[in-house]
Design a protein around this ligand. Sequence first.
Ligand SMILES: [Zn+2]
Length: 292
Amino acid sequence: MHAFDYQLLPIKVAVDSYCFFGKLENISKKNAGNMVNTCFVQTQKGFVVIDSGPTYNYASQAYEQMQKIAKIPVKYVLNTHDHDDHWLGNSFYKSKGALLIGPRTYEQNVVTGMETRMQRSLGNVLYGKTSIVDLDTIVDDTLSLKVGEKLFEIKQLEKVAHTKGDLVIWLAKEKTLFVGDLVFNGRLTSLRDGSLLGSLATLEKIDAYGAEVIVSGHGFQTDAGSSKNFKEYLTELKKEVLKALDDDIGMEEVSKQVIMPKYKEMKLYDVLHVRNVLDAYSELEMMEDEEE
Ligand SMILES: [Zn+2]
């Protein structure tokens, strides 16, 4: 018996590619961290998992579902970035013999034995056997990984975007792009560890792939237009914050000024928008200072 039944059901998003879609909410004991998307790709040699999810228990239940599709091993886990809702299932896959691949920031920020945000939120029962494991391979820039008949092109598009180490995974033949948290849909993003300008630059590069399927770390939309709304939010945020700077509006006032009511109904607006405005303000103010 599991301490928590995640009720994971894989949804096919492209040829041989499946995802488990998490809820559009923050981490809570009620969802046990199931607020993130994780995916897996079937190859002739085994599965390749993209992000391992919030807990050991989650990963083991994901694995049970995968085995219903094919009784093959998990060869690799590709980690899109170092936020812990995306990779705390790594210890499970490691115990199954998978190799872990991820960005440099994982090596820098993920320390064995540290208490994670997930652990604090869930408590020890739900956190269960979750533990921190090191990566086997670090990607600084690009890595091409051939697994069976499939080629995974892993790439960091910008130095800073959602975090300081975000990897996308491109399956060219299948025109499928896994973008982690470089795209959100149906809920707001958090700019806390990243950059507004870097995020916007990344979105241009994502568009240039000409992907038919774009799978994000949060949100249910996976079509070619799944980044559209997100791009509009960031573009408007940039425009409005720049205007506030032009009008000499101070840091204390700016969050009252830049409300962007169009996004008020968006999930997590109440939790994240003000913080995003302040982060954007600091970043753009610094940029303007440098230009002067
Ligand atoms: Zn994230």
